[in-house]
Design a protein around this ligand. Structure first.
Ligand SMILES: NC(=O)c1ccc[n+]([C@@H]2O[C@H](COP(=O)([O-])OP(=O)(O)OC[C@H]3O[C@@H](n4cnc5c(N)ncnc54)[C@H](OP(=O)(O)O)[C@@H]3O)[C@@H](O)[C@H]2O)c1
Length: 249
């Protein structure tokens, strides 16, 4: 392994789990590229982490806009020339998508109100965007040191675990992410890139709510210690739980 500073890029990095990924990776010595939809929010979050003594640069990207993804990849290529870790963290669920609008929430949640456009919206953000990120960052990751793509999935995307109705669009988007990553992992294996999906557990963020089981600090710490630090190319394509065990599909 080379001794140069490792470079990580995190999507949805201005708050919640994404901000905590940036903080903990920064503390591990990574040069972090903190991305958010809003350049102003990315800058504000990066400033906060730089004040904590970490090495963080901000950049905007909306992960459903492939033109913006391509522009970000070109900027990373010009600025750093490679990438070692991509954390595909950005995501939405029925509550964060609805932002308090009960009808919009129901369109993602209940059979009666189910709206195909909403299902497609959530598939775009939670399942397709991470694969588009991989498409555009593949060549930079190939130049990286022991490169890893970490997709933040969910136990709610596990078909084996689902024992209730509803929550259609989020559940299917995270299940789709599992299958898309399986295909991606085989495609990237020859380049030496490890690609895995991880379940962070139920976490106290705007998505998880205040009653959730883990703080972002605990959740990210567990994923770094139990998954990121131990995975090898033999693990590519797997779906991991926060405790480091394989999650049922
Ligand atoms: N919290 C939990 O209990 C839990 C459990 C399992 C999995 N997860 C997963 O963990 C990840 C992080 O969620 P969180 O709990 O930290 O939720 P959060 O606080 O709502 O954060 C979600 C992040 O994703 C960003 N985002 C949404 N759409 C985006 C887009 N089109 N382009 C770029 N960024 C976008 C948001 O940015 P804006 O501020 O611009 O909207 C925000 O930074 C998600 O993938 C989620 O599905 C969370």
């Amino acid at each position: 392994m080379s001794t140069s500073t490792r470079i990580a890029l995190v999507t949805g990095g201005a708050k919640g789990l994404g901000l905590e990924w940036c903080r903990q990776l920064g503390r591990q010595g990574y040069q972090v590229i903190l991305t958010a939809r809003s350049q102003a929010q990315a800058e504000e979050a990066a400033d906060q982490l730089n004040e904590e003594g970490l090495k963080v640069v901000p950049h905007s990207v909306d992960v459903v806009d492939e033109t913006q993804i391509a522009a970000l990849a070109a900027w990373v290529a010009q600025t750093f020339g490679r990438l070692d870790l991509l954390v595909n963290n950005a995501g939405v669920n029925s509550a964060t998508r609805a932002q308090g609008d009960p009808l919009l929430r129901a369109k993602n949640l209940t059979l009666e109100a189910l709206d195909p456009e909403e299902v497609l919206f959530m598939l775009r953000v939670n399942a397709i965007a991470p694969i588009l990120m991989a498409k555009h960052f593949r060549s930079l990751l190939t130049k990286g040191d022991a490169p890893v793509i970490l997709h933040i999935g969910s136990w709610l995307g596990s078909i084996a675990v689902k024992k209730d109705g509803g929550n259609y669009s989020y559940a299917v988007s995270k299940s789709a992410l599992n299958m898309l990553n399986r295909a991606l992992a085989f495609d990237l294996q020859a380049d030496g890139i490890i690609a895995v999906v991880v379940n962070p557990g139920w976490v106290q963020t705007s998505m998880g709510g205040s009653r959730a089981m883990f703080t972002p600090e605990q959740a990210v710490g567990q994923l770094i210690n139990n998954v990121l630090q131990g995975i090898t190319l033999a693990d590519t394509g797997k779906f991991f739980n926060y405790d480091g065990t394989e999650h049922p599909w």
